[in-house]
Every structure is written in C-alpha cells, then in structure tokens.
Design a protein around this ligand. Structure first.
Ligand code: 9MR
Ligand code: ZN
Length: 542
C-alpha cells in the first residue's frame, strides 16, 4: 500500500525533518490545518533496503520552520498529522516519566494522581526466601517490571541508571514536573523525577540481604493470569542472590548517592553505605554467581553468562562517588578481562552495563588511559552506527540482527551511544541521526505506528500489560512498546507471515508479549534520550 511515514508527534523548529514515502511521487507538499499548501519540495529516491523491505523515497523539509500542525501530501496520499514547535516533546517527556508512577507496586500510588489508571495497593505480603520455607521479608514497593508483576533487581537498577545518568549529564530532568505526590527532603522537596526514581531505589535497598548480597528478583513462582495487581495474591518468593544483581545495586546506589546528596545528605549516606556493603560482598565472592530459574518457574530470568560488565560498573561508580583509588584499580583489572573476553564497553541494557561505567569514568577521571581507550570505543561505535544508518532509507542506526525482543530498546541504546559520543566531543555531530531515531520510534517506520502510547495519531494501543489486559483500565500514555522482533516468540506473533522485513515483524496486539510488551527499562532510555536531545552544546546548557 502507498504510504507516507512520518514522526507523528513532530519536530522542533531547528530539527532535520523528513517523511519517507514507499512510492514514487512527483514532488510533495506540506499542508496546514486549513488545507493550505505551505511548502513544496522534491522527493529523493533512496531505494529498497534490508530492514524495511520498502522502496523508499525521502521528502526532506528541514528548511521549513514555521510552528503549527501539518501533514505531508504526495500524489493524493497524506501522512498522519504532526506538529512543528520547540515544545513538541515536552508533554511526551512528562508522560514517559509519569508512566512509571502507574507501574508503582505497593501502596504509594494515590487515586488523585492516577485518576482512571489507578490500581489498589498490591504485593504487600512478605516474600519468602526461596528454599528457606520460613524466612519472610518485606520487599514491598518499587515498580512492576513490565506487563508482568515481577520485580527484578538488575532490570530495576538499569532503569534507574538511565534516568540518573540523564540527570547527571543534562540537568533539565530535575525541572520536569509530571504531577506525582511531592516528597519532602532536607532541602525542601525532591524534584518529581527523583521522587519517582526513589520509589525503585527504596525497593532495591530492601532487596539487599544483611551480608550485602542482593536477591536477583522477587516474583510469584509463575506469572499471574491477566488480573489486576491487587488480585495477584500468590506467595511471593525472593529468588537467589546473584553477583549481577549485587553489582548493579552497588553501582546504582553509588550513582544515586552523587545525585541525591544535593537534596538529602542522610538519604545519600544510606545509599553510599548500601553500595559499599554490596561491593564488599562482591570482594568476598570473586567468582560469578549467575542466576537460573528453578525448574518450573516461568517468571523473568534475566540470565547473564558472566558478571564482568556489572562488576566494572560497580567499581567505577564507587570510584566516582568516593574518589578512592582502590576502586579505580579494580576497574582497570576488570576492564582488561572485559577486553580479553571481547565484551562490548558501550552496553546500556540489562544484560550489558559497561557503558554506564564509562559515563561514571567520564565524571570521575577523564584524564587517564582507561578513559581514552573507552572513549575511542564509543566514538568508533558511533561512527559505525552512522554507517549502518546510511544503509537504509530511514537513516536508522539498526541492522536486521538488531530486530530482536525489545528492538525499540536497541534503537534507544544506539541513540544513547550517539548522545554520549556527542557529549564527549561537546558538539552535535550526531544530531540528525538522533532525529531519525526518534522519528522511527514516533511513527516514521514501515508499520506507520508510533511506539509510544498516547503520542501520535496512530500510536499503538494494546500493550501486553496486565492491568490493561485485566480489562478495566485502558493503557496510559507514555509507554514504549518492545517493537518488531524477527524471532516470533509468542503464539500470536507466529501468525505473522514468515518472510516479513524486520521492521514489519510487529503487531499491536495484547497477547504479543514478544512484540508489544512494555518495560521500565524500555521507557527509561527514552527519558535519557529526550534529555540528551534537548541539550544545547553551544550554550552548554539545556
Ligand atoms: O527484555 C527481555 C528480553 O531482552 C529477553 O529477550 C526476554 C526473554 O528472556 O525477556 C525480556 O524480559 C522480560 C522479563 O523476562 C520479564 N518481564 C518482562 C520482560 C519484557 O518482556
Ligand atoms: Zn504490585
């Protein structure tokens, strides 16, 4: 079918702006709400590419900067509507942040702030330490991970990290208000974003055992049916301590210390002490303690095959927080192992976290050999992404192999790498590529779908998300879908034709957990990316 794909949210005035056509046209026009033609341009043929399977034509209107609402029209076909305005991403950022509030577990969600998306207090019963038969621990609170009601330590730490590094690097998130209850602190009130992240940090603090080890996850034995969280009353279990969870917690507590100390010294001190305690556990347990689900349990495994990037992140993060050389020496040692094992240093996902360590190093010591080496990794990776983007009509830094479970996270992770590269060079060299990536997520893709709920005329509406599937809540705005996945992991996805191009391996269906679930760590990188894109390198401020 002939289509014009566009970022359905829109563009800031200074941004590069484009629509992608999958048909030949004799020029294109921009039309405003009154139907007036305000701009005319030529389309440029790109050709067919591997990831979209479309024969693409590019309609570039970057030079048009008048604010307003528009559509692109070519050969009688019109696109969805979009806006041009310097404030076009403001509501998007607020919703993406507030989306976490509705995922809160425990009893801190209030009706007056949640409105029609409210759920009653949930998962307040003590959890049983798996295998112990009697040890019961209160680990209430935090965020539900995703479409399921599990709470997983590595996933939670990584989600907090995306946001906290965004705050460290770009500031502006602290000024973003999104209508959640205020929490008092020594300096008055926490900014909303820090109140929200604190929800998860407080939960992670509870996941720390007395000896510093951190339980990998707390879930029921198997996933709950599609019911509201307050009706999920099965026994909760704390599953084994893992060195990944312990290291990620050590890392994120030290990072959080550097942010929260500006608002509340006592809370920051608690975080730092917890970080050190977990780090000591790691020192006592030099061998990786990996995690596998017990037989018969089907909640998220978040398995990793090693814990090197986690330990690296922990040591650099503590080094940055405390300035103690001991941690730096540890980081150097682990970095060598990471290199010897050919593991990426640019990872920002739940299974690969060395990239966070690099950002801490950038703050802690950007005048050492380790920093230089890793900096080169980032710059090299960013250049590679730029080449990859030139190989498809969407200017998207994704290859066929990246369209896995949670491919939208792969997009966001790549955008994070580009942002870090620009941050290193203090310029905006990858600005256009960032725009293309965001365009993709917000509708400029061959599904013609915006992958953020409530944002875009044709935004996805049916996330795999239990409160929504239970039938009495519609999906709230600001949730990022996992997105296309070439591996068809659920029954519904397997109904799709086998020969689809990667970008088209998607369905907006509630049962498609491998294509259309949401998670905290698919939302959190979008917080980082929107903050990074708002950063002005010339003025060195937002
Ligand atoms: O996001 C995870 C993805 O990278 C994995 O491929 C997938 C299968 O192991 O699991 C995803 O994580 C899920 C987790 O296990 C449970 N909560 C929902 C997560 C998103 O689907
Ligand atoms: Zn809950």
């Amino acid at each position: 079918m002939d289509k014009i794909f566009i970022n359905q949210v829109g563009f800031r005035r200074r941004d590069s702006k484009k629509a992608i056509l999958n048909f030949e046209a004799n020029g294109f026009e921009l039309i405003d709400r009154k139907g007036m033609v305000v701009y005319k341009g030529e389309v440029v043929h790109y050709g067919e590419d591997d990831i979209s399977g479309e024969n693409t034509y590019i309609a570039d209107f970057s030079e048009y900067t008048e604010p307003g609402s528009f559509k692109v029209r070519a050969s009688m076909i019109t696109s969805y509507e979009f806006e041009i305005s310097d404030k076009v991403y403001d509501q998007l950022l607020r919703d993406v942040c507030k989306a976490f509030y509705y995922l809160r577990c425990g009893n801190t969600q209030k009706k007056e702030f949640s409105g029609k998306y409210y759920h009653a207090p949930c998962h307040l019963n003590k959890a049983m330490v798996y295998g112990s038969k009697e040890e019961m621990i209160d680990v209430s609170g935090g965020w539900h991970d995703a479409g399921d009601y599990g709470r997983y330590s590595t996933a939670g730490a990584v989600a907090c990290a995306h946001i906290l590094y965004g705050i460290r690097m770009f500031g502006m998130l602290e000024d973003t208000e999104f209508d959640i209850p205020k929490i008092n602190c020594e300096k008055g009130e926490f900014p909303d974003i820090l109140s929200e992240v604190k929800t998860e940090l407080d939960f992670l603090l509870k996941m720390q055992r007395k000896d510093g080890g951190v339980w990998h996850k707390v879930t029921t034995f198997c996933h709950a049916p599609f019911i509201m969280p307050e009706n999920d009353l099965d026994q909760l279990y704390l599953f084994a301590v893992s060195s990944m969870a312990t290291a990620d917690a050590a890392a994120v507590f030290a990072l959080a210390y550097t942010v929260y100390r500006r608002y509340d010294e006592a809370y920051a001190k608690t975080l730092l002490e917890a970080s050190e305690k977990s780090y000591m556990w790691l020192e006592r347990n030099e061998e990786a303690v990996l995690f596998k689900n017990p037989e018969g349990s089907n909640t998220g495994e978040y398995g990793e095959s090693e814990d090197l990037t986690n330990r690296f992140w922990a040591s650099v993060s503590l080094y940055e927080a405390k300035g103690d050389d001991k941690y730096f020496k540890d980081a150097e040692k682990i970095a060598k192992k990471i290199r010897d094992n050919n593991i990426e240093f640019t990872g920002f996902g739940w299974a690969s976290v060395a990239g966070f360590g690099f950002v801490s190093l950038l703050f802690g010591n950007n005048d050492c050999r380790l920093y230089e080496e890793l900096k080169n990794d980032f710059l090299k990776e960013a250049k590679k992404l730029s080449r990859i983007a030139s190989e498809n009509g969407f200017d998207l830094c994704m290859e066929r192999k990246d369209f896995v479970w949670g491919s939208n996270m792969e997009v966001l992770k790549n955008l994070m790498i580009l942002i870090v590269a620009d941050y290193i060079n203090k310029n905006n060299d990858f600005g256009e590529l960032l725009n293309s990536g965001l365009d993709y997520l917000l509708g400029c893709n061959s599904m013609d779908v915006s992958y953020v709920t409530g944002h875009g005329e044709n935004a996805f509406k049916n996330p795999h998300l239990r409160p929504v599937m239970a039938g009495n809540i519609e999906s709230w705005p600001g949730l990022v879908s996992g997105g296309p996945n070439i591996t068809f992991m659920d029954d519904k996805a397997r109904e799709l034709p086998k020969e689809l191009a990667p970008m088209k391996c998607y369905m907006d269906h509630k049962l498609c957990y491998s294509l259309n679930e949401i998670t905290i760590y698919w939302n959190s990188p979008l917080v980082f990316v929107l903050a990074g894109m708002a950063y002005d390198y010339e003025k060195n401020r937002v």
